[in-house]
Design a protein around this ligand. Sequence first.
Ligand code: PA5
Length: 477
Amino acid sequence: MKLFLNQEWQAANALRFDLTNMFVDAIGTAGIKEQEVETNKKAALEAEDSLKQKRPQLAWRDLPYGQTAVVSEIVAFADKARHKFTNFVVLGIGGSALGPLAVQQALNHLYYNELPKNLRDGRPRLYVIDNADPERFAALLDLMDPAETLFNVITKSGSTSETMSQFMLVRALLKERLGDKYYEHLVATTDSKGGSLVKIARQEGYRLFYIPEGVGGRFSELCPVGLLPAAMTGIDIEELLAGAAFMDQWIESKPLAQNPAYLLALLQILAYRKGNNISVLMPYADSLKYIADWYAQLWAESLGKRNDLTGKEVCVGQTPVKALGVTDQHSQVQLYTEGPFDKVITFLRVEEFRREVKIPTDFVELTNLAFLGGHSLNELMDAEQRATAYALTKAGRLNNTIILPRVNPFTVGQLLYLFEVETAFAGELLQVDAFNQPGVEEGKNATYALLGRPGFEQKKVELTSGAQKSARYVLSV
Ligand code: PA5
């Protein structure tokens, strides 16, 4: 039996939550009173009910379960492809890039790409292009031979300008270099019905993986969007999904007071209503650094909304900030401790790192250094996280800690799923649609207009006249 199916092992690898420092007893006046949680219980129960009713439409909720066939296909594909390619490049942006990046960083060697191939179990290097920056793109092509590279174009809509531009560039290059065989170097992950990519992929014979209907970009990491890149680099995607399923069952079976996703969301929203407009996610582990990037998109795009569900203008949302412990103790923590009372800091603490690094005993005559000797970097990280939580608590600042017994596919699967449901629940509490992103559309349309896409001529006129009006505030030498 696979270890992650063993209940004892699961219990030892379950996330834990310390929410003490969100409450008034721990931090004083800025904290939340238990009475406030009580008062909002009815709203929370309504949110729970509403989310339950919506579940059949929220296909991302079922990703931990319904993918046995696709997982086998992905694993089989990845096992074959790993021998053929030196590089695996994800062409995508936003929800089609941040998840693959976060999971790769969390679960592979921290210098995975720099390792010799035999230490990567013969698997390709992974690159994720999350932008349209010409220098980065050209630099990437300087680095690799297209003949040794497999490109995974990921786009739910099948028409995002940044991704499709990257795709057009790569396709042309592959055709030029490899002639008829170019299509063997392209894999498309996209919607089965809409968008241009699926049509092109079918016409030209690329390997295709589908993003299930009802799974939006930022909720798509646990479908082929994230599973294929993860499997290509040897991550156990079954364990990742088992972690998500474990969290789903936890969430579904517990009442509010013991429900990590609902309680975290409720405390964040209560804090937000008291003026805490900023949600900082601060992992104390380099491996979890990009989980904070992924979370930032999820929280910002899902909850930052002008209108509520009735159409009333509300302009709500908490601004996510990504930080890294210990690094940002030397950059941002001064502000968190003494600046405005406008933040909730969520720490991710790892109990058992995959490596232990001992600090040698040395400089015994220097008391300000000697005490470090004999400890480990592991202990140092742990002490720094506890110390920062203490300093924030002493300064009366809202903070909480999510504890990962260790970083493995099971705990990462739990974490991703937890944040997804927390976000959806927060959307219910704020009474907004957490699954659309109308605010992104205006910028997308303006880009189309500037680049001359047919149908956007009027937008171009609007844009150019706006530019003339504001030209007097443009400074140059
Ligand atoms: O969450 C979302 O829907 C967006 O952030 C998308 O992921 C992003 O805009 C990329 O879209 P697509 O996957 O359609 O290329």
